[in-house]
Design a protein around this ligand. Structure first.
Ligand code: ARG
Length: 656
């Protein structure tokens, strides 16, 4: 049972005679901030009193008169200006938690209507190794897949792999011109990635060489304009204001151009300073255009390019799979962009015939009233786009997979794309389904800029995971009782623990953020043994397991034996209530697609357990009954923590 939902529904009934739409008022029932105000609190009397022109305490009284809560709560109390404080009945709480001890679903109810939810997550552009930028979508998507499945929905995790984009043109060009055969047969994906980087680099070189003179003179011109504006002295406030705005704009432009020039110079220098690269650059002056032509040839069915693409794919997919195995992330299907290619022409024709898309400057676009940017579904050169593929994908997911909801776990920087996509899809007739961009921010380095290596390169995912495991190992060697006191712990056992702790820390650090925010990546913070980290939760779990192990108590037997839970002390009661609220945490994380609601809950639970453990002797409890009751609470705590972490894709370890 979700207690909060139950209370809200009782309030809805009670409020029905006082207000036309009771729902928003019933939503004002919340968990109490402080246990001295009870367990839950309703703040709806105040706004309702305003609406009715009455005294809030009187309104609170009227609500209470209508409330049917006596099976669940002690008589409600009115506090302060009109808060309604609710305290769960002791006998009800004890009976409910007793049932929870043997409930495999930990009181999480299946929703009244189970939906088919497609989760589009991870979706890396392949033939390039995965990097830190792929972490968030993969980890958040995986957690949502697990949470929504646990709730009882039919969930289809779909890896919409970028297997058809312009990067393939670069790889094809590189493959045909620069291939190191020996390296390719040894480590195909690394060699393909090298081709990608090389062709990219040479293309950038020529672009910089061609562009720099122009960028430099633009910069000089803007700097002059800035100086001129700086020397003006405005007379009127209006002029002052205009000058201020002008200065801001010019400063931004100068900064932008400076960056552009600096980055162009860097690209030029990187090739100029390397004789081999320089020769290659000179030998391939039109490389960017030629690479684009390779992409176009692949897309229009050129046999050679198709054959090569098919040859690249298995190795690329196997390389990806290695990362997913390591992260223990699974998909139900993986239909990449290439899968939809045969459907794209028909999508465009259909949009045109319904008058939704039309030609504009040679391209075919969907125009959304009130939005300036067109949604291009076919470019001037005839090529279909990311947008066309996404429209075809929606059609497929609705028609073939029967999706009710599609979630896109994708970087916030694509939010404009998704706005246009969703609106286009709605107009196209897909207006009965929920389309939702589960967007997330960027992972930053210490310098508050996107996380890079010291040399300024993107951080490879594999090396990041390796580093996490190594750091976890180091941390465990100094903090873990088992690591220091148990010489019998084998090297491979140590590795397993280090992997669970290191990977868990990386995932948890990501999942515990408000996903829309950027966050700074910090090993020290994420591996802290005390605080809002997975390590803290894993230790809490292991500590509970330790109680059973040391006392020789069999958890399964204790559960099977039945017997009730008594909650005589405040710490026991607080822990029990917290454990009962697991369903609330799951429901709220699922409702807003926010795994951090679950991490917050787990952190609070681990803290409650700490207090309980300090204040309530378990093994040395005064009576056998009390010991049994407390052992049941311990077992339940361990199950809730393990289940919660599992839904986040994080392993627990019995001994660490
Ligand atoms: N491959 C895309 C990228 O790396 C992400 C794909 C997201 N999914 C989608 N249906 N657009 O940016």
């Amino acid at each position: 049972m979700n207690v909060l939902q139950e209370l809200r529904s009782r309030f809805r009934d009670a409020l029905a005679s006082l207000v036309a739409d009771p729902v928003p008022f019933a939503e004002m029932v919340k968990a109490a901030q402080d246990s001295k105000f009870g367990d839950y609190q309703a703040n709806c009397a105040m706004p309702l009193a305003k609406l009715r022109g009455e005294n809030p305490r009187d309104v609170a009284g009227k609500i209470i008169a209508q409330l049917k809560l006596d099976d669940l709560c002690d008589p409600p109390e009115i506090a302060g200006p009109g808060f309604i404080n609710l305290k769960l009945r002791q006998d009800w709480l004890e009976a409910t938690v007793t049932r929870l001890v043997t409930d495999p679903r930990l009181s999480v109810h299946t929703p009244s209507r189970s939906k088919t939810i497609v989760i589009d997550f991870s979706g890396p552009n392949i033939a390039k190794p995965m990097h830190v930028g792929h972490l968030r979508s993969t980890v958040i998507g995986d957690a949502l897949r697990k949470i929504l499945t646990f709730q009882g929905h039919r969930v289809i995790g779909d890896n919409h792999i970028g297997d058809w984009g312009t990067q393939f043109g670069m790889i094809l060009y590189g493959f045909k011109n620069f291939l190191d055969r020996e390296a390719y047969s040894r480590t195909p994906v690394a060699e393909l990635a090298r081709q990608y980087r090389l062709v990219n680099q040479l293309g950038d070189y020529h672009e910089a060489a061609a562009g720099l003179p122009g960028w430099r003179s633009q910069l000089a011109e803007r700097q002059r304009a800035l100086q001129e504006t700086e020397t003006t002295s405005p007379a009127t406030p209006v002029e002052k204001d205009a000058r201020k705005k002008q200065l801001k704009r010019l400063n931004d432009e100068v900064a932008g151009l400076r960056d552009q020039v600096a980055s162009g110079e860097k690209k030029l220098a990187a090739v100029d300073s390397d004789a081999t690269l320089k020769l290659l650059a000179l030998a391939h002056p039109n490389i960017a255009t030629l690479a684009r032509e390779e992409t176009a040839k692949l897309h229009t069915g050129d046999a050679e390019n198709r054959r090569l693409w098919e040859q690249f794919m298995p190795a690329c997919l196997a390389e990806l799979q290695k990362m997913y195995d390591r992260l223990d992330v699974r998909f139900d299907i993986a239909l990449g962009e290439s899968f939809y290619q045969p459907l794209l022409a028909a999508v465009v024709t259909d949009l045109q015939s319904r008058g939704l898309a039309r030609e504009s400057d040679g391209a075919i676009c969907v125009f959304i009233p009130g939005v300036d940017a067109p949604f291009i579904v076919r470019k001037t050169d005839g090529a279909f786009t990311y947008a066309t593929t996404d429209l075809a994908t929606i059609q497929y997911r609705v028609r073939e997979l029967h999706a009710d909801t599609i979630l896109y776990v994708v970087d916030a920087r694509q939010s404009d794309h998704f706005k246009l996509l969703f609106e286009s899809a709605r107009r196209w007739g897909f207006d009965q389904i929920e389309l939702h961009h589960v967007s997330f921010g960027t992972i930053l380095g210490d310098d508050k800029r996107p996380f890079k290596t010291r040399a300024g390169d993107t951080v490879g995912l594999e090396s990041l995971l390796n580093e996490g495991v190594a750091k976890a190992r180091g941390m465990l060697e100094t903090t873990s009782a088992d690591f220091s006191s148990r010489p019998d712990l084998t090297e491979s056992q140590r590795q397993i623990v280090a992997a669970a702790v290191g990977l868990g820390a990386i995932k948890y650090a990501d999942l515990s953020q408000n996903r829309e925010s950027d966050y700074v990546f910090s090993w020290d913070k994420m591996l802290a043994t005390n605080g809002d980290t997975s390590t803290y939760m894993q230790y809490a779990y292991a500590r509970v397991c330790g109680i059973f192990r040391k006392g020789n108590f069999d958890r399964t037997a204790i559960r099977a034996a039945g017997g009730s839970v008594s909650l005589a002390t405040p710490a026991e009661r607080a822990l029990a209530l917290q454990l009962l609220r697991f369903a609330e945490a799951i429901d709220s994380a699922a409702a807003e697609y926010r795994p951090n609601f679950l991490t917050q809950y787990l952190f609070a639970t681990a803290n409650c357990f700490s207090t309980f453990f300090e204040q309530c002797p378990v093994v040395k409890a005064d009576t056998d009954d009390l010991r049994a009751s407390r052992l049941r609470l311990c077992d339940l705590t361990a199950r809730v923590i393990a289940q919660g972490l599992e839904l986040l894709g994080i392993q627990t370890i019995e001994q660490m």
